[in-house]
Ligand binder design. Structure first.
Ligand code: ZN
Length: 475
């Protein structure tokens, strides 16, 4: 007896799109069977998915929930946490997200993880994991602790090459420490996840723009520019190349120069992966001039329309593997608090519409196949981040994390219909498919606009980076 049969859908499997039934037992997928071949009596319940797309739940490998942002007046803004954003994610077909745990000032890796657990455990309705995020100079025993953390199931380390804003300190890690980190990661099977910008170029441009009185946020692309991405990506990737076995995931690639640097590294066979953000794929620096233009922004900035073309080219040519959100959920008022190059609120609100918006842009507008789309919003993140095939696959034995999309759904994205914030950067964006049912480990979390999840339904996912990912084999 199965717990659930999803009947008659167009199922996106690792082998391609198959018209079939999916049977679920407990938390996992128990069988894929020819459409109609499993009787209704063989399951406790059935969901009719005829004419619908059945895909693995979305995976967002880059979110910041319950995150502290310092407002222009110096007071902290704490963004929405996993209870709230997880619910929105599930409404949008996303079942797993990966956040960050700040590894600060001499704390142990274990303390870092336990501190972040307080924000997530018992609260998140989505499954979740953290990248350890280096902040401030790592302690001398850092390499040994990193090794332990990797073994314990925390195998990704976030590193910044810039402080991003002139007012900030502590994020940028110097190259000697990054070199040490790469050696530990390579030795123990970890993955570096990098925010790369050239700090000298960025800070130089801040000083110059401030000197010239060009401080409006519409100038952000001049500070966080293509040259910065070019220099920093190449420096990081050269450093990684010098430590054999270093696998690197470049977060939020925003410029053509970043795509080109990844292309060069991959042409050498290096295990280098690229992520972009849905915002960078659709908006450009010209959108800063629109009303409330800050809503399109995160750091690094939006770039030119030409950069956007290169990012799209990257998604179709094995250079950009994941489309993430850099989620930072706040109100419109808070998103608009800053309006200068040095105080505009970062992060995006978008974890809910990501699957729907990307379906429109990839499948409807650009002719991407369903498997290509699913790779970019789910499977590749699972493969790179050490979650596959437990996550990111509709296959026997995988977790029953499933999004059912209705491809006849038409309309526009409206903030009022979402569950995230009082605004969305995607307001008015065309809908050509939308998740109508979301299942997390066999539990129906959202169905026809109704929410059945609860805080704590989500579980921490311990991970192990696959040998194929570390070696740079095709995903
Ligand atoms: Zn981020």
């Amino acid at each position: 007896m199965f717990d659930l049969i999803i009947r008659d859908g167009e199922v996106v499997t690792p082998q391609g799109v198959v018209h079939c039934d999916v049977a679920v037992s407990g938390e996992t997928i128990a069988a894929l069977a020819a459409a109609g071949s499993l009787s209704d009596q063989s399951a406790k319940r059935t969901i009719d998915a005829s004419g619908h797309i059945v895909m693995p739940g979305g995976i967002d490998p880059h979110v910041h929930l319950h995150h502290v942002w310092i407002k222009p007046d110096g007071t902290p803004l704490i963004t929405a946490g996993p209870e709230h954003v997880g619910r929105a994610a599930l409404f949008g077909g996303t079942t797993t997200f990966i956040d960050f745990a700040y590894w600060r000032d001499g704390a142990s890796a274990q303390h870092t993880i336990e501190t972040r657990d307080k924000d997530f455990v018992g609260k998140s309705p989505c499954d979740f994991a953290y990248h350890l995020m280096l902040h401030s100079e790592p302690p001398p025993e850092f390499s040994a602790q990193l090794a332990e953390a990797i073994q314990a199931g925390y195998p990704t380390l976030k590193i910044f090459t810039t402080n991003i804003l002139p007012s900030r300190s502590g994020r940028m890690i110097d190259f000697g420490d990054i070199w040490e980190a790469f050696q530990a990661l390579a030795r123990h099977g970890g993955l570096a996840v990098i925010h790369a910008e050239d700090n000298d170029i960025v800070m130089h441009m801040y000083a110059k723009l401030i000197r010239e009185g060009r401080v409006g946020f519409e100038h952000l692309a001049e500070a966080h520019n293509q040259l910065s991405e070019d220099l920093s990506f190449r420096r990081i990737l050269r450093l990684a190349e010098s430590v054999p076995g270093t696998a690197v995931y470049m977060m939020h690639v925003s410029a053509g120069t970043g795509v080109a640097a990844i292309a060069e590294a991959r042409a050498k066979g290096l295990p280098v992966y690229g992520e972009t953000l849905h915002q960078y794929l659709i908006y450009s620096k010209d959108d800063y001039k629109r009303p409330n233009g800050q809503i399109y922004h995160t750091y690094p900035s939006l770039k030119s329309v030409e950069d956007q073309k290169e990012l799209w080219r990257g998604t179709a040519s094995d250079l950009i593997h994941c489309v993430a959100t850099d989620e930072l959920c706040c109100t419109l008022k808070d998103k608009l608090l800053g309006n200068r190059i040095d105080d505009t609120t970062g992060g995006n609100s978008g974890v809910e519409p990501r699957l729907g918006v990307m379906y429109t842009e990839m499948v409807t507008r650009r002719g991407y196949s369903l498997p290509q789309y699913v790779d970019l919003v789910s499977s590749n993140a699972a493969k790179i981040m050490g979650l596959y095939p437990k996550k990111g696959a509709i296959a026997v034995g995988s977790d029953a994390d499933i999004a059912i999309l209705d491809p006849t759904r038409r309309g526009k994205v409206r903030a009022a219909d979402l569950h995230e914030s009082d605004y969305t950067p995607w307001e008015g964006h065309d809908i050509f498919a939308w998740p109508v049912t979301t299942i997390l480990r066999g539990k129906v979390m959202v169905e026809n606009g109704q929410y059945f999840g609860k805080p704590g339904d989500g579980r921490y996912l311990k991970r192990k980076i696959a040998a194929t990912t570390l070696s740079g084999a095709p995903l």
